[in-house]
Ligand binder design. Structure first.
Ligand code: 6GP
Length: 828
């Protein structure tokens, strides 16, 4: 940057100073000059926008300095390719990371602003479905905090995950219009855009050196335009970049068509181009025929790789060291086309030969698997590829041909294995297995929790593991304590800081260990309980306003919040609730700990059974909450529209966290970590990261139940017969029967039949098999909660021992073992 163009230190202090007066001045300035308002007439959105710009202004100098320093030092950069980034609201998080929350609050007070209302006014960017997208956001936070140069690449969906409203107990979807009031956090870069082709055909030609080459002549080209969002590290000067692509018709487009008089044709083509980044696909839906989704994947992968190539050519002038400059991380298979696209760019556009291009590709890419669910393992029909990406299909065939030759040599004459490992699945029409493409084209493959990685190695990727054992790694997931403690639970954050003597734990979560020695201290316990009760009261008030039902904070808050899916087994918890209800009805004096069961989560719009589970939660709640005989003991409430913002209300308020998936199905889980960090105890199976959480917090401080993954496997191999379990357990049978009886459906015995029939006759996720163990375990929870000192001690120990589950630790693992990247510190 030209020095004369740079604001002077004095100018910067007044414009972007961090003290209260500077904040006040800047705030009024932004309100006036950016929103054209003064305080008396400003709307809540104006007030929020002015606050957002005031905070963003304070990040910009650091952002530019980070970019400049990364460039000057030519530092190795992580490029995190993800179809989803579930960021959550920015404002408070950025205030926390800048370390000016209290100052901003004080400035707001002097201006007589309602700080909470302004924070509330932010509409979160819901650019993700659940775990995978939120993990990407936590990793962006930790990369910046650990001062690692990184760019997150994804799609700027105009409509993110749908908003959920509950109508008559059913989920109803509403379009998410997060951009309607403007997005103050992003900076559009109209000049930073890349062409992305689709369709057409390929042709061979001879280049000027007489070499035979291929080129692709697409039938349609769209442009990807960059929108940049700064990602602020905590307590450091590093600000990294999240670059999201929006699809547009090339500029020349409309003019051309206009000239030949085809106005409507031009408008149509423009709309088609803009459709690509229009909407986020919900997961847990059949992929069939979703050509648009494949287009999205290719679109953002191509833009991102072209951007990296641009950066490298600007800096190094050659692509020979591309893989040394960039560590490309493929967040599940959604960006796995990167393998083929990087090959195409290097060979067809930059005229590299296959061997060198392959060397670069295989050393640049790394692949994370996030699920073992067979229906989530992406495949695309060869036919669709032929139509949309003909050149990539050729490249994939050639990658596969060379790879299968290696397989044949490695596993001498084992054609069955060749068929299993092939990137092309020939069994049901020809399909491309994206996980195989990613595994073959990557330097490292990792699972997201120890158990998940073991299962990955022994099941879906077993052949690959046998061929390349050194390629496989485990990196256990983590979550950011900045957002999930400091932002969501400020009272707890203050208490921890007080108890630990400083706030180092926010940067090094292992420091929480210090709390251990005070876990028995009744003074701390009392404060701990106060903090929990206050959070429960906040949640109760919020729920009261939204659902008309205000839970009693003196009851145990038993929370299950996550996507609604049969494998996660929300219906196991429902069977327990119905069973409890029967107990109380039969014996009103039965000794039980009063509980409020709180559910939250979205169902994929096309997933009938998941939607029926939501209906059942609400139906059971309607009956129980209106039954005066049980009202002191048992309540059930569904929190509508579970998203990051609402999650932040929920995690601090939970006493008990439900992590009850069928063992072997939940790759990791990250909600389990967020709850436990906030002092909830977990009731859970030995699944995903639960295994490691239990090992860390101590087996005595975790409520374990249920079949293990090998037991599940065995049970299914023997031929699992749920109707035998149903007939063999009186209590289970009566709970299932009560649901079928119509008691919760105004006498309708058909409504929940798909659910109860499915449980009795098929029960693919062993709900019935785990029922008794679950109920018994819940009885232990009941007893434990009635011993407050004991409970508080366990709660404190849960928080104290969560150090491992900071996303800082996960990123440290990736940095050392997978990416080989080092910090580039920028002073704050
Ligand atoms: C999820 C897994 O289901 C969850 O267990 C894990 O914690 C999370 O990823 C982060 O690793 N998977 C997805 O959300 C997904 O879409 C393709 O997988």
């Amino acid at each position: 940057m030209n020095d004369t163009a740079k604001p002077t230190a004095e100018q910067q202090r007044t414009r972007t100073g961090l003290d209260k007066d500077a904040l006040k001045r800047a705030y009024l300035d932004n309100l006036f000059y950016l929103r054209g308002r003064f305080l008396e007439v400003a709307t809540t959105n104006d007030l929020y926008m002015a606050a957002a710009y005031t905070v963003r202004d304070r990040m910009l100098a650091r952002w530019i300095k980070s970019a400049q320093t990364y460039k000057d030092t030519n530092a190795r950069t992580v490029c995190y390719l993800s179809a989803e980034f579930l960021l959550g609201p920015h404002l408070l998080n950025n205030l926390v990371n800048l370390g000016i929350t209290d100052t901003a609050r004080a400035a707001g007070e002097e201006l007589e602003l309602d700080f909470e209302a302004i924070v509330e006014a932010e509409e979160e960017p819901g650019l993700g479905n659940g775990g995978l997208g939120r993990l990407a956001a936590c990793y962006m936070d930790s990369l910046a905090t650990l001062q690692i140069p990184a760019i997150g690449y994804g799609i700027r969906y105009e409509f993110g995950i749908f908003d959920q409203v509950i109508v008559d107990g059913w989920q109803s979807e509403r379009g998410d219009t997060w951009l309607k009031s403007g997005n103050p956090w992003e900076i559009p870069r109209p000049k930073l855009s890349f062409p992305v082709g689709f369709g057409g055909h390929t042709e061979q030609y001879t280049d000027e050196h007489g070499a035979l080459r291929m080129r692709w002549l697409p039938s349609m080209v769209v442009n990807g335009m960059a929108y940049d969002t700064p990602i602020m590290g905590y307590g450091v000067g590093n600000v990294n970049l999240l670059r999201l692509w929006k699809s547009e018709a090339p500029e020349s487009f409309d003019f051309q068509a206009f000239n030949v008089g085809d106005y409507y044709g031009a408008v149509h083509a423009k709309m088609e181009a803009e459709t690509i980044s229009k909407v986020l696909y919900p997961n847990d839906e059949p992929e069939a025929g979703k050509a648009l989704r494949l287009k999205q994947q290719y679109f953002f992968v191509s833009c991102s790789l072209q951007d990296m190539i641009r950066l490298e050519l600007n800096n190094a002038g050659t692509l020979a060291h591309f893989h040394e400059k960039f560590a490309v991380q493929l967040n599940d298979t959604h960006p796995s086309l990167a393998v083929a696209e990087l090959m195409r760019l290097l060979m067809d556009e930059y005229l590299m030969d296959w061997t060198r291009a392959w060397e670069i590709t295989r050393n640049a890419c790394h692949f994370t698997n996030h699920t073992l669910l067979p229906e989530a393992l992406e495949t695309w029909s060869v036919h669709l590829f032929e139509r949309l990406l003909p050149r990539h299909l050729q490249i994939i065939y050639e990658i596969n041909r060379r790879f299968l030759d290696e397989v044949r040599v490695h596993f001498f004459a084992d054609e069955a294995r060749v068929a299993r490992m092939s990137i092309i699945d020939e069994s049901f029409g020809r399909r491309i297995r994206m996980a195989h493409l990613a595994a073959v084209g990557s330097k490292a493959v990792n699972g997201v929790a120890a158990l998940h990685t073991d299962l990955l190695k022994s099941t879906v990727m077993h052949d690959f593991y046998e061929m390349w054992p050194e390629k496989f790694h485990n990196v256990t997931n983590g979550v950011t304590p900045r957002r999930f403690i400091a932002v969501s639970n400020p009272r707890l954050a203050r208490l921890i800081t007080e108890a630990c003597g400083d706030d180092r734990w926010l940067r090094d979560l292992a420091c929480l260990k210090q709390l251990e020695e005070q876990a028995e201290d009744h003074g701390l316990q009392a404060q701990w309980r106060q903090v929990k009760t206050a959070a429960k009261q906040d949640l109760a008030n919020w729920l009261g306003e939204r659902t008309g039902f205000t839970p009693d904070p003196q009851t145990l808050f038993d929370v299950q919040a996550k996507r609604i899916h049969e494998y996660k087994r929300q219906h196991l918890s429902l069977l327990h609730i119905v069973w409890l209800y029967e107990q109380i009805k039969q014996n009103p004096n039965v000794e039980l700990t009063p509980r409020t069961f709180i559910f939250g989560g979205k169902a994929a719009p096309g997933y009938f059974m998941a939607k029926l589970i939501i209906k059942l939660v609400n139906a059971v709640g309607e009956v129980i909450n209106n039954d005066p005989q049980v009202s002191g003991m048992l309540r059930v409430v569904f929190m509508p529209d579970f998203n990051v913002k609402n999650g932040q209300r929920l995690y601090p308020a939970a006493d008990l966290s439900e992590q009850i998936s069928m063992a072997g199905k939940e790759a990791s889980g990250t909600g389990n970590m967020k709850f436990s960090m906030n002092g909830a105890l977990t009731i859970g199976t030995l699944d995903g990261a639960n295994v490691e959480i239990r090992d860390e917090v101590g087996h005595d401080n975790f409520f374990l139940f249920g079949l293990t993954a090998p037991e599940v496997h065995q049970r299914q191999a023997e031929g699992y017969r749920p109707w035998e379990v149903y007939h063999g357990n009186e209590q289970l049978k009566s709970a299932v029967d009560l649901i079928a009886s119509g008691l919760f459906s105004h006498g309708d015995t058909e409504l929940f039949r798909p659910l109860t029939d499915n449980l009795i006759h098929s029960d693919p996720f062993l709900v019935l098999a785990d029922f008794q163990a679950y109920v018994d375990c819940q009885r232990q929870v009941d007893r434990a909660y009635r011993a407050p000192h004991h409970w508080d001690r366990m709660s404190i120990l849960n928080t104290a021992r969560m150090g491992k589950f900071s996303s800082d630790r996960s990123i440290q693992d990736y940095a050392e073992r997978i990416w080989g990247v080092a910090p580039v510190p920028i002073e704050a």
